[in-house]
Design a binder for this molecule. Structure first.
Ligand code: UGA
Length: 459
């Protein structure tokens, strides 16, 4: 499938996964229809603007539009009837009971089915509960059309969405016929071929250790679906494990960063995702952990281990509050507290389940005087902040005369700036609360600030 009449792709859903995939496929020479029912989003993308902040995405939208390869549209009819591969990348939020809400997934499949031609390949990138693909495939079969359904879960991270899409470490294909796997292989082969070029036009720096063993893993559809949920759940488990050990390290006087560096140096364990701190947030881990628990329950399987992961994660903002209450001897009333970082991680404006927001609201509940700042997420955070939280337009305004500065997101500007800068804009004693354990304790103390980490044996 090259950039000819056979090389036309539709991507349904202009979220992180859909937008990143479509601009990369367009960059690799494919004609890509990006379909979303949100007319406002499509209008923005057509103008060359990204609907959210993600490194390099705006450049690649412009590149795709300029070359005529990227066609944003709200019309399924226009897009799908012309495409040989259709990727479903719609949202799968969690329902109030924790299970995965598959409404958009089925809506997209039903709508696409109206326009798919015989021979179309329908690839599911959205994270779905195990068993979903079989239901969609039987829906397609009942229609009498020859449409092949595969599961092709996505493993990109927000903040590095483009880099992860360009330098993928594995492609999982569930239920693919030889022909389908061939199409997917060729598509990602083109991405590999063009990735340097695409990356440099978007200012994307290749990863330090670019994956070497790139390969396609062919599984059955249920295995592919479960792989995605299990992978995210395992990463969440690593984080909650590190946070549990961090609580012990605080009591025992050990430093969690030292402990996890040593523990993670065992290649059987690995250092990644063992960073203790305020816990995980975002649109993936929280919902995928609860989705796995709900899915297991449907099959009569108890996922106690993942319930513990959830509990530990939920406890982390409260744990930080407890540490603050101890430090300020139970008196937070009227104290100026600055929260730096409202996105759930650096490199994104996404504020879903963001620990920085939870901390801001908890501090307001404790009657503190709370100011917040984030370089990209102020607009997205606003509706979730308690009305007494005071949003600021700069870091300086947020930290001015603060009794404590809580660094809740590891934006480079927060963690790489001279610590003396924090000191100069406040009156001693000022407490730096390192909610992601990214600062060097000695440097903070030398600059004249007090230090509080999560599991660093200080308080
Ligand atoms: C996660 C997975 O890492 C991706 O592989 C997956 O494709 C994606 O979910 C998805 O399902 O779409 P993402 O949520 O974008 O990606 O971000 P992560 O980098 O995984 O971080 C998640 C949260 O964990 C963040 O709040 C981060 O600050 C926190 N975290 C991460 C820790 O607290 N400690 C760590 O050691 C690592």
């Amino acid at each position: 499938m090259k950039a000819n009449s056979d090389g036309v792709i539709s991507v349904i859903g202009a979220g992180y996964v859909g937008l990143a995939s479509s601009v990369v496929f367009a960059g690799a020479g494919y004609k890509v229809y990006l379909v979303d029912i949100d007319k406002h989003k499509i209008k923005l993308i057509k103008k060359g603007e990204a609907p959210f902040y993600e490194t390099g995405i705006q450049d690649l939208i412009k590149r795709g539009l300029d070359k005529g390869n990227l066609i944003p549209t709200d019309s399924y009819a226009e897009a799908i009837s012309n495409s040989h591969i259709v990727f479903s990348c719609v949202g799968t939020p969690d329902s109030p009971d924790g299970s995965t809400n598959l409404q958009y997934v089925f809506d997209a499949a039903n709508e696409a089915l109206k326009y798919m031609q015989n021979g179309t390949l329908y690839a599911q990138k959205s994270t779905v509960s195990v068993g979903t693909g079989v239901k969609i495939a039987s829906l397609f079969a009942k229609s009498g059309k020859h449409v092949e359904y595969i599961s092709n879960p996505e493993f990109l991270r927000e903040g590095t969405a483009l880099r992860d899409t360009l330098w993928f470490d594995r492609i999982v294909v569930g239920n693919g016929s030889r022909k389908a796997i061939g199409h997917i292989f060729e598509l990602y082969g083109q991405v590999e071929k063009w990735r340097q070029d695409i990356a440099s036009s978007a200012g994307i720096v290749p990863p330090d250790n670019a994956p070497v063993g790139e390969y396609i893993i062919a599984t059955n559809v249920k295995s592919a679906e479960l792989t995605k949920l299990a992978a995210n759940s395992f990463l969440a488990l690593k984080i909650s494990f590190a946070n549990s050990i961090a609580k012990l390290a605080d009591k025992a006087g050990a430093d969690i960063n030292e402990v996890m560096a040593a523990v993670g140096s065992d290649p059987r364990i690995g250092r990644d995702f063992l960073n203790a701190g305020r816990g995980y947030g975002g649109g993936c881990f929280p919902k995928d952990v609860s989705g796995l628990i709900a899915s297991a329950l449907e099959h009569g399987v108890d996922m106690d281990i993942m319930e513990a992961v959830q509990d530990v994660n939920a406890s982390m903002p409260g744990y930080i509050m407890e540490k603050l209450q101890n430090y300020f001897q139970g008196n937070l009333k009227g104290r100026k507290m600055a929260i730096l970082g409202l996105s759930f991680k650096a490199g994104t404006s996404d504020t879903r389940r963001s620990p920085g927001i939870t901390l801001a609201n908890l501090l307001v509940a404790a009657d503190a005087d709370v100011r917040v700042y984030d370089p990209e997420a102020m607009v997205e955070a606003a509706p979730q902040l308690h009305q007494k939280v005071q949003p600021q337009s700069s870091l300086s305004a947020a930290i001015k005369d603060a009794a404590a500065i809580l660094v809740a997101t590891d934006w480079p500007d927060f963690i790489h700036r001279e610590v003396s800068d924090y000191r100069q804009q406040t009156q001693p004693p000022t407490l730096l609360v390192d909610c992601m354990n990214r600062f060097d304790i000695l440097s903070v103390k030398r600059a004249g600030l007090e230090y509080m980490g999560i599991g660093r044996g200080d308080f």
